[in-house]
Design a protein around this ligand. Structure first.
Ligand SMILES: Cc1cc2nc3c(=O)[nH]c(=O)nc-3n(C[C@H](O)[C@H](O)[C@H](O)COP(=O)(O)OP(=O)(O)OC[C@H]3O[C@@H](n4cnc5c(N)ncnc54)[C@H](O)[C@@H]3O)c2cc1C
Length: 422
């Protein structure tokens, strides 16, 4: 496979772009694999890549019911940050951010990671104190964080609504400079290409429709392309986790599936250099500007459970209200597109990377609305779990039994409920 480089771009430019290799193969499924990963989103792809790269596994398949990046991987607003407070989360997300910092080189694929700063607006002294506690803790654990006063914020982000008469006047911001955005498709394609180079079979249009279990083990999965046996099987199907879990006869999970919608505007001249987050009094809104100029933004979950990957008008209104209250200059901008993905919301807002009641079945789920930034570390630790059959210390409490032990890793105290504190 050609290595991507300035030279290969130059050479292919001179030779009519006819000599590029396919980015990944399109293999027929084999009868049996050492490891089967169900779900070809970012978490499944990253897991297969690190299984091959870090653990030398050779006989791996990813089974994807649609096409790569057709799920949440290709539907999210691409915010990457590691501003987490709680033990377990902060080490995990900081490791993920470090992996992001080297990802383009590691994968030999430009994932367009842009560290442009993540700015959470503050609206009260209480919120500022809470943020100072959280960002000081992050700094003590090797991450970066700053608290900005109003003068600094106005200089860096001049277009916000700074009126003291607004309903929630801005008093400052909590900032992580190393945070930013990346290009979601490129991350999926980069992991797919790198995993394929290490021998992983990526099988698209292959839906798992059933499973066979014997003596406490899952022996095979039924798919629309036949039965495939696996020595170890990992589920990484995001919003569809409860469905495959029930196929495996394992009952109910502490997960609810909700929709999350996102929006992009017509392209504008450069307006916003950072990711800005506005969340107070029931409002939840985040925005950045894409490299093509579109304003990319989103708000809260839909207020009911659903598997529908479609937008709806109440959320358009809710998000438009937030947008114009914080960035009034957006009022006359036209919306270009609007879509939705399905979130697997866990009861404490924290994911699961863990073993399951079946000996050789592993679970990667519960990513809520934050799984894009987590995907490198998620793949890293899930691969480690599958290869070594024991959780790394950073995911020791990311299991299904933490609720029984009374050990919630509850960063926001909102669980699956949108606007709980609004
Ligand atoms: C609108 C929106 C905005 C978001 N914004 C952010 C953000 O800014 N930052 C952030 O960190 N996160 C964000 N997220 C969350 C993030 O996108 C998800 O948490 C993450 O992508 C989930 O992991 P994944 O990529 O593996 O999921 P997916 O891409 O959904 O992958 C799961 C795959 O499993 C496949 N599958 C399902 N069932 C089966 C089956 N039976 N057989 C075979 N395959 C199956 C699906 O087709 C899918 O491709 C956002 C999500 C949405 C929807």
């Amino acid at each position: 496979m050609t290595r991507y480089s300035a030279w290969s771009v130059f050479w292919n430019g001179l030779t009519g772009q006819k000599n590029w290799d396919r980015a990944w193969r399109d293999p027929e499924p084999k009868k049996e694999y050492d490891v089967i990963i169900v779900g070809g989103g970012l978490h499944g792809l990253a897991t297969a890549y690190y299984l091959a790269k870090n653990h030398g596994q050779k006989n791996i398949a990813i089974l994807e019911k649609g096409w790569l990046g057709g799920g949440n991987a290709g539907r999210n607003t691409t915010i990457v940050r590691s501003n987490y407070f709680m033990k377990g989360n902060r080490e995990f997300y900081e490791h993920s951010l470090k992996l992001w910092e080297g990802l383009s080189h590691d994968l030999n694929y430009n994932v367009m990671f842009s560290q442009r700063a993540h700015i959470s607006l503050l609206h009260s002294p209480g919120a500022r104190d809470g943020a100072a506690r959280r960002y000081n803790t992050m700094r003590l654990h090797g991450s970066d964080g700053e608290i900005w006063g109003l003068d600094k914020l106005k200089k860096e982000v001049p277009h916000l609504n700074y009126s003291p008469n607004s309903r929630f006047p801005i008093i400052g911001a909590a900032v992580q400079r190393r945070a930013g955005t990346a290009r979601h498709d490129a991350v999926a394609w980069g992991y797919a290409r790198a995993a394929d180079q290490l021998g992983v079979d990526i099988i698209q249009q292959c839906e798992v429709t059933g499973t066979t279990t014997k003596n406490g083990k899952m022996v095979s999965v039924e798919t629309n392309r036949g039965t495939i046996k696996g020595k170890k099987i990992g589920f990484a199907v995001a919003g569809n986790t409860s469905r495959v879990w029930q196929m495996a006869g394992l009952g109910k999970l502490p997960i609810e599936t909700h929709k999350l919608q996102a929006f992009v505007s017509e392209p504008l001249k450069p307006l916003l250099d950072q990711v800005v987050v506005f969340g107070v009094g029931g409002a939840h809104f985040y925005i950045s500007q894409s490299d093509k100029g579109g304003m990319v933004f989103g708000g809260d979950l839909d207020w009911y459970k659903s598997y529908a990957q479609r937008g709806n008008l109440p959320i358009v209104q809710d998000v438009a209200e937030c947008a114009t209250s914080i960035l009034p200059c957006l009022g006359r901008v036209r919306l270009l597109r609007h879509w939705s993905g399905v979130m697997d919301m866990s009861m404490d807002g924290t994911p699961f990377i863990c073993k399951t009641p079946l000996d050789n079945l592993y679970l990667n789920a519960g990513w809520n609305y934050g799984g894009f930034k987590a995907s490198p570390a998620s793949g890293w630790y899930f691969a480690d779990l599958i290869a070594n059959d024991r959780p790394h210390e950073h995911i020791a409490n990311h299991d299904l039994k933490r609720f029984e032990r009374g050990y919630n890793i509850d960063e926001r105290g909102a669980g699956p409920d949108p606007k709980l504190h609004g």
